[in-house]
Every structure is written in structure tokens, then in C-alpha cells.
Design a protein around this ligand. Structure first.
Ligand code: WQD
Length: 330
């Protein structure tokens, strides 16, 4: 029994792949290496190719006796998805559907899918539960919701069960400092804070300090990438134990503002974060964070790492790898 991890050479995928191997799962990675890095996969079997290549996926499933899929491979830049919707629908929806059809035909019964809290848009009630209204405000979010629906329909019609994990804001790096995010491709807050702190970018732009939040800056739920990786292992064990198809939030339940991130970074690293207040970024909600009680109840999963761990691990990773994995390949 082998787990096929698509996108296993990427940020969250590589950290989850390593955890699966540590926990005794057989793993094969499928990654196009367009955004992922060979160095992030280490000695785990890696197939370089596209999720939309049905012949390849079928062959990998047969050769590696694949029983489960953890599906990360996707484009994830919200702004780009509005500029180039075709790219996102092609890869994230059509490519994913092709993958699902191929693996179902090959006898795979369990899929763990990377969904997103972006599906909730600007929720009326926080902490946000899984039954909150779906309000996709970007093509990116819509592609993730469509995939959840495809998975639900395959459960209704074929022998496939799935867990769609709705991630809140993934951040941080592996605690041993060897795996992390390539900030060249990231639009997210923590990598931007680190870039400014380490002098690889001008001052951080704080997008708006006039929101109706205690310090005026946006509030999110930052989840340590290693805790996020653990949730995939828990979801896989749940499915292997016969669990039904479901959707589940993965967050800490704690709301953190942009100014909290800056002050925590300054305290943990002992260095000043250069920043300026800038206008709000279009489409940014003021505040959301997870109600993560379903993950605890159904998967037995809770986040364990703290914001300090997120910042310390991100600082260690980016300081040592300012060019992402490219540095470790040199
Ligand atoms: C966090 C906060 C910004 C950058 C997006 C996607 C979501 C998910 C993660 C996945 C906000 C503020 C940010 C900066 C800032 N996707 N900020 N200056 O927007 O919550 O979520 O990324 O793959 O689907 O929607 O995350 O990290 O961009 O922003 O002030 O330079 O930091 O306004 O309040 P976001 P983020």
C-alpha cells in the first residue's frame, strides 16, 4: 500500500511527504517540478510529470501499488488566478479531475485534498465552522470548491472517499531547518516579513490599518506547516479506518493580526521589521479564524505549535536558504 503525493516537492507537500515516511507509510511523489524542487523530496521515489497525464498516473498507480492519494499539486496565487483564470481552471480543476478519474480507475479508494479557507470569503461569524456559507471571491478559491464537489460526487457514484482539508494560513518551516517555502513564489505575509527583515526586500507593506479589528490590521489564523502536515496523516488514518467523505477546517482557532506577526517576529528574532502602512489590498477580509473542533472530534487532530515556533522556524529557514531549495542544490 503506497500513498501517491502530488505536489510532494512543494512547500506543504514536501513536509507532509517526509512526515508520512517517518510514520511508516510507503510514498511516491508526483510533481512537475515547475514550482517544486527535487532537493525537497530527498530519497523518496519521485516521478516528474503532470497530474493531467492519465497514462502516467495509471502507470504510477500500478507500478507502486497506490492505495491512497494526498493531492497538493495546484497553483495557489489568488491575484494570478484573477489575471489568468484559464491557467487555474485547467490545472486545478480539469487536471485534478483527470487525476481523480485515473486513480479511481486504478482502484484508489482514499483521497486527502488540500482545500482552503479562502472558500469562506469574508465570513459573517468567526470562528468559522465548516457549515458557513461558501463565498468564493477568487478563481483560486472557486477551483478548490469545485474540486471538493468533484470529490463529493465521486463518493456518491464510485468507490472513493475523501477528506478535503480547508487550510487556514499555512506558515513556518520544518523545525530542523531543512524544508520550507520558496519565497520567490509566495505572496503571503510571513515570507514577506522575513524578506524585509533579512534585507532582501524594502520595508514590508502592511495592507491597511483601518480595519475594524483591535489594532486596525487584518486578522488571520496562522497554522504551523508541521501541524498542517500532521492533519494529513490523521485524515489518511481516518479514511483507512473506513471514515466517510468529509470537509474539515485545519487551523488553530486563534486570530493573529499583522501587527501581532510583526511584534512576535521582533521579539523572537531580536531584530526590527522595517514596515510601512499601505492601502488595503483588494479583496482582503478584515478577520477570520477557524473553529477547528471538527478536526479534533473526528480526526483526533489539534495544532500543537505556537506562533513563536512559526516565526522561529521561518527565520531559520529563510536565513539559511534565501534562494529556497536552489541554494541547497548548488
Ligand atoms: C495575511 C494578512 C494581508 C502580505 C491567502 C489566500 C489563501 C491562502 C493563503 C493559499 C492579510 C496581510 C500580507 C503583505 C500584509 N492560500 N499582508 N502585507 O490573504 O489571508 O490568504 O493566502 O494557498 O487562500 O487567500 O494570506 O499571507 O497574503 O495575508 O499586510 O505583504 O497579511 O492583508 O491581512 P491571506 P496572506
Amino acid at each position: 500500500m503506497t500513498v501517491l503525493v502530488t505536489g510532494g516537492a512543494g512547500y506543504i507537500g514536501s513536509i507532509t511527504t517526509r512526515l508520512l515516511v517517518e510514520r511508516g507509510f510507503g510514498v511516491v511523489v508526483l510533481d512537475s517540478l515547475e514550482l517544486g524542487h527535487r532537493a525537497a523530496v530527498n530519497d523518496v521515489p519521485l516521478v516528474v510529470g503532470n497530474i493531467a497525464d492519465s497514462d502516467l498516473v495509471t502507470r504510477v498507480c500500478r507500478e507502486h501499488k497506490v492505495s491512497d492519494v494526498v493531492h497538493f499539486a495546484a497553483y495557489k496565487a489568488v491575484g494570478e488566478s484573477m489575471q489568468n483564470p484559464t491557467k487555474y481552471f485547467d490545472n486545478n480543476v480539469a487536471g485534478t479531475h483527470s487525476l481523480i478519474a485515473a486513480v479511481v480507475s486504478a482502484g484508489v479508494e482514499n483521497v486527502v485534498f488540500s482545500s482552503t479557507a479562502a472558500i469562506y470569503g469574508d465570513p459573517d461569524i468567526v470562528p468559522v465552522t465548516e457549515d458557513a456559507e461558501v463565498r468564493c471571491e477568487s478563481v483560486y478559491a472557486a477551483t478548490k470548491r469545485m474540486t471538493e464537489q468533484i470529490l463529493e460526487w465521486y463518493s456518491a457514484t464510485r468507490n472513493l472517499r475523501s477528506v478535503s482539508l480547508r487550510y487556514f494560513n499555512a506558515a513556518g518551516a520544518a523545525s530542523d531547518g531543512t524544508l520550507g517555502e520558496d519565497w520567490r513564489y509566495s505572496q503571503n505575509l510571513v515570507p514577506h516579513v522575513m524578506k524585509a527583515l533579512l534585507g532582501f526586500a524594502p520595508a514590508l507593506k502592511v495592507f491597511g490599518n483601518d480595519y475594524s479589528t483591535p489594532d486596525g490590521t487584518g486578522i488571520r489564523d496562522y497554522i504551523h506547516v508541521e501541524d498542517l502536515a500532521e492533519s494529513h496523516v490523521a485524515a489518511l488514518q481516518y479514511l483507512r479506518g473506513g471514515g466517510d467523505t468529509m470537509i474539515c477546517n485545519v487551523g488553530t482557532g486563534v486570530g493573529t493580526s499583522v501587527m501581532d506577526i510583526i511584534s512576535t517576529t521582533e521579539r523572537v528574532t531580536g531584530r526590527a521589521v522595517p514596515y510601512d502602512i499601505a492601502p488595503r489590498r483588494a479583496g482582503d477580509p478584515a478577520r477570520y479564524f477557524a473553529n477547528a473542533s471538527k478536526a479534533e472530534r473526528v480526526l483526533g487532530w489539534t495544532s500543537r505549535r505556537l506562533l513563536d515556533d512559526i516565526i522561529a522556524s521561518a527565520f531559520a529557514w529563510h536565513s539559511a536558504h534565501p534562494h529556497g531549495h536552489a541554494a541547497s542544490q548548488a
